[in-house]
Design a protein around this ligand. Structure first.
Ligand code: GDP
Length: 427
């Protein structure tokens, strides 16, 4: 699906995030020239395992582990420079050299210490379940037209008046939210002056780089973070992230036109998870849910928080297919279901006495729905060594066929373990 006809492919989460996008991007990046992060910031933790080494990347696109790939942090992402420098050090310690192939958009907004303090202070009253990384307040400043962008670091002296205003405003907000934390102008200036020389060599008009790569016929992957149901417009508002995680956001956030994108691969787990608050209709609040959590290692890559676990919900995936225009599905973590004797799949909802095949836009309504389940037979055999569909047990193939039929999107990849080679590409 990532070939000459589909040279620009966006990879998005089609549930509530943590679907295993990092692994898919890593696998597809083998054939890519460029990988672009187009939204979010250090709140996403993509896990990639190569050989015996595990990498958790929050700012840097997962494609960095392939030496031929140029990686872009696009204008739609927000950048925490300290986290970026930390990841660069960790990569260097593991022998990965990103020299000359990592670029940050001059238009990407900077996450400042003030944003992290505001995030934590407002989380106390709002209780959204954010990661406290300052992402939300950074986007608030972006849309409030008072943000600081990577390009501003070229002229820290020229933004002195804005810095004074921001520090004063930030401290007023912190006081209003009941926080005793404060930020100082001197500390902010020192921080920016420290970041500037380190970021300068990485700073570029990245939209132009992506455009040129596509014009030259190169393959470009656009790497989404979080998932469709966390999109600020299409997700379960207000329990969402602060950016457009869906495929439409990829064009804006990478700085290219929507017609430049040829396909959208939706990554889904063979079951479902969610971190933080908000409705999760097919949540398994029983021993089976605990089993999914243990077998799937469902603890946040960034926060360590246990994820809420449940059964595959086709209403969610059909909805994600619609709002993303999905052209294919990648089903991950099939192996986690290997030992179950029967596997429930949510095929519809009952909402106020009526059957509903879509996702209600109102979060209260979604909290009220009763899932309708179909129970599919388990296969009770290991799938970790399967490399083609025919290697899978009959009931595992039946399970995938059913997900495909219910979702209305062709399954193009199946992941059967954490390792790079544990993947089936459906021909
Ligand atoms: P992302 O944010 O969508 O990239 O997802 P995460 O990296 O947060 O979570 C995915 C987790 O599942 C990581 O620990 C991966 O190593 C792991 N993972 C990915 N694919 C598979 C799979 O097919 N089977 C198993 N058992 N684990 C997987």
């Amino acid at each position: 699906m990532f070939d000459a006809q589909t040279a620009c492919l966006v990879v998005v989460g089609a549930q509530w995030g943590d679907e295993g996008k990092g692994k898919l991007v890593d696998v597809l990046a083998e054939r890519a020239h460029m990988v672009v992060r187009y939204q979010g910031g250090a709140n996403a933790g993509h896990t990639v395992v190569t050989g015996d080494t595990q990498f958790i990347l929050q700012q840097i696109p997962s494609g960095i582990l392939h030496p031929q790939v140029t990686c872009i942090i696009g204008n739609g992402a927000v950048l925490d420079p300290d986290q970026l420098f930390l990841e660069l050090e960790q990569l260097a310690a593991k022998g990965v050299d990103p020299g000359g192939r990592l670029f940050v958009s001059d238009r990407a907004h900077l996450v400042l210490p003030l944003h992290k303090l505001l995030d934590r202070a407002s989380e106390k009253s709002q209780n959204i379940g954010t990661t406290g990384r300052g992402i939300g307040p950074t986007y608030e400043d972006k849309y409030g037209r008072r943000g600081l962008r990577v390009g501003d670091l070229r002229r820290v002296d020229g933004v002195q008046a804005e810095l004074v205003e921001r520090v004063e405003r930030g401290n007023r907000l912190l006081a209003m939210l009941g926080s005793t934390d404060r930020v100082s102008l001197e500390e902010l200036r020192t921080l920016l002056e420290g970041w500037a020389p380190k970021l300068r060599p990485l700073t570029a008009d990245t939209g132009l780089l992506v455009h040129r790569a596509l014009q030259e016929g190169r393959r470009v992957l656009l790497e989404g973070a979080q998932g469709a149901l966390l999109d600020v417009d299409h997700g379960t508002y207000p329990f969402v992230t602060s950016s457009n995680t869906t495929a439409g956001g990829a064009a804006v956030g990478a700085g290219i036109g929507p017609t430049a994108i040829h396909g959208a691969l939706g990554v889904v787990k063979a079951y479902i998870t969610r971190v933080g608050n908000g409705p999760l209709p097919t949540e398994a609040r029983d021993a089976a849910g605990d089993r999914l959590r243990e077998l799937g290692g469902e603890f946040g890559a960034v926060t360590g928080r246990p994820r809420r676990c449940g059964w595959f919900d086709t209403n969610v995936v059909r909805y994600a297919a619609r709002v993303n225009g999905l052209t294919g599905l990648a089903v991950t973590k099939l192996d986690v279901l290997d030992t179950f004797d029967a596997i429930p799949v949510g095929v519809a909802y009952q909402l106020d006495g009526e059957r509903c095949g879509d996702l209600p836009g109102d979060v209260d309504a979604l909290g009220r729905v009763q899932p309708v389940y179909e129970r599919l037979p388990g296969w009770q055999r290991s799938t970790g060594d399967a490399r083609k569909l025919a290697d899978l047990p009959k009931h595992a193939r039946g399970y995938l066929d059913r997900l495909e039929a219910l979702s209305g999107v062709a399954v193009r990849y199946v992941s059967v373990g954490t390792r790079r080679d544990q993947i089936i590409e459906v021909q």
